[in-house]
Ligand binder design. Structure first.
Ligand code: HEM
Length: 498
């Protein structure tokens, strides 16, 4: 095999070093199509970064089902002994493509299982809950965590303004400000499906489930000071850690368990089981082991296999379906739409995204389409010429749940113990120990010290007092006074009297 440079169309290239010019110092000729191709291709090397979770890394591996959960789901990948290839991508949420891996943030934990029934994507986080419970708030929430429109600076005033105006965020913010907000590596954190999903068994019986991936490497976190230092020294700390561990044959793994709620329990449960700001205490629904995920292969090419990877909560397989969680339903629309824009209409044809099974879809054409069915196959359904036809027995009516009612805009049904602060309070008082509580106070005070609008600080202190009175008082005591009080987001200093 020769090792000569060629153009994109395969013809040999005369020089990698010199443009064609009219004499040594003359103008460059437009006939130098290789120069034009090089520059034009370079201008098109990027696709838009993900609107959230832009910074990340990932690896390939397998999931092996080690336990029998067939009484809960008929999904082929979760039948005993089945091994399924997968891709997992970890990410931070608010930062851009080059942002430091060790900024305080939840971490994405997205898995694409290449199952024998098509791709199943579980697009979760390293936290079991989220900041909001209705997808209509998501764009506002994310903008409050990103940048001010004028200065393009991230801004603690808008972050805390949004959080305190949406007290349902308290559980997730408490979690974020604690130790788990700064994992030392992606290998040392857990992953969660976070939402409640539906599992359906071979008899058609339905269950509500929550996924928990527990790290086999053990938990490890950074202090704020360590994270700040690493952010300056190595912005790619977590990408490097995963890549080097796998390169060295040190393959990380996670054990999957699920909480299973019988279908009928949902109506009377003490918390709304479809509220993404709440967990189901394990004393109510214990963990049931399912299997193990191991990552053992680094991507061959970051752009092709990680940047262009598209994970969608709408990618279900038979035996797994959605729930009434309003966040999940918004996500079911949002991701596939983002993929058509970010990577392209036919993103699912790329090697990293395409299922390891045959696809028989009636989608056709569109930019960059290269796969096609035989010309004898009809392009419409139904047809009389042997084209693919939908199979209710294969998929059935898996995806539904009983519901009726008017089309309205309203909060989800209230259950007896629903309250924005109750589970945050339990986390502070019953899950954290004294040392972890001390670090929580210090992390919150450090973060809130950058809130420079006095009224907003008052609201932040009320928010923490609502979580726990002692915690609120301790945060107030730890907070330094505002050096330069402001009245608005754009940063006009307040009058001296305030
Ligand atoms: C990425 C939307 C809530 C986890 C994304 C992307 C969008 C999005 C548009 C970029 C997709 C891409 O370009 O490939 C939303 C909306 C939400 C929501 C509208 C609320 C309604 C959540 C929640 C979780 C989550 C609750 C976790 C439980 C992720 C992860 C990624 C992501 C892990 C990165 C996936 C990857 O690695 O490619 N989200 N999101 N999101 N989101 Fe969400």
């Amino acid at each position: 095999m020769t090792n000569h440079t060629t153009t994109n169309s395969g013809a040999p290239v005369g020089s990698d070093q010199h443009s064609q010019s009219v004499g040594a110092d003359g103008a460059i000729a437009l006939t130098d199509h290789y120069l034009v191709e090089k520059l034009a291709q370079f201008n098109r090397e990027r696709v838009p970064e993900r609107v959230v979770h832009a910074k990340g890394g990932g690896a390939f591996g397998t999931f092996t089902t080690t336990n029998d959960v067939s009484m809960y789901t008929r999904a082929a990948l979760f039948q005993p002994g089945v091994e399924t290839e997968l891709l997992t991508r970890f990410s931070s949420v608010a930062g851009e493509l080059g942002s430091p891996d060790t900024w305080r943030d939840p971490r994405g934990f997205a898995i694409k299982f290449y199952t024998s029934e098509g791709n199943y994507d579980l697009v979760g986080n390293n936290t079991p809950v989220f900041f909001i419970k209705d997808g209509i708030k998501f764009p506002d929430f994310i903008r409050s965590q990103k940048r001010l429109p004028g200065s393009h600076l991230r801004d603690h005033n808008m972050q805390w303004d949004f959080w305190t105006l949406q007290p349902e965020s308290a559980h997730q913010v408490t979690w974020l400000m604690g130790d788990r907000g700064l994992p030392s590596s992606w290998r040392h954190m857990d992953g969660f499906g976070s939402h409640t999903y539906q599992w359906i068994n071979a008899e058609g019986e339905r269950f509500w489930v929550k996924y928990h991936f527990r790290t086999a490497q053990g938990h490890d976190t950074l202090t704020q000071a360590q994270a700040d230092q690493i952010a300056g020294e190595d912005a790619d700390f977590h990408i490097r850690d995963l890549h080097e561990a796998i390169d060295a044959g040190n393959f990380p793994s996670w054990d999957l368990s699920v909480q299973v709620m019988p279908y009928a329990d949902a109506a009377e449960y003490r918390f709304n089981p479809f509220d993404l700001t709440k967990v189901w205490p394990k004393s109510d629904y214990p963990l049931i082991p399912v299997g193990r995920m191991t990552l053992d292969r680094n991507p061959g090419n970051y752009f092709a296999e990680i940047e262009q990877a598209t994970f969608a909560p709408s990618n279900f397989v038979p035996g797994i379906a959605a729930s009434p969680d309003k966040m999940l339903q918004a996500r079911i629309f949002s991701y596939a739409d983002a993929h058509r824009y970010r990577v392209g209409t036919n993103h699912a044809e790329l090697p990293v995204n395409r299922p390891h099974t045959e696809t028989n879809s009636y989608s056709k054409d569109g930019a960059m389409r290269h796969g096609y069915r035989s010309p004898e196959q009809p392009v419409y359904a139904p047809n009389s010429f042997g084209g693919p036809h939908a199979d209710a027995a294969a998929h059935g009516d898996d995806r539904g749940w009983q519901n009726d009612g008017e089309l309205i805009r309203a909060a989800a049904t209230l259950h007896p113990e629903d309250d924005d602060f109750v589970q945050a309070r339990t986390l502070v008082n019953e899950v954290l120990d004294d040392a972890a509580r001390d670090r929580l106070v210090s992390n919150i005070a450090g973060h809130v010290s950058k809130v420079t609008i006095p009224e907003l600080r008052e609201r932040v202190l009320l928010y923490w007092s609502n979580v726990d009175v002692v915690l609120g008082r301790r945060v107030a005591e730890a907070l330094p006074p505002i050096a330069e009080p402001r009245t608005s987001l754009v940063g006009e200093p307040a009058p001296a009297s305030r």
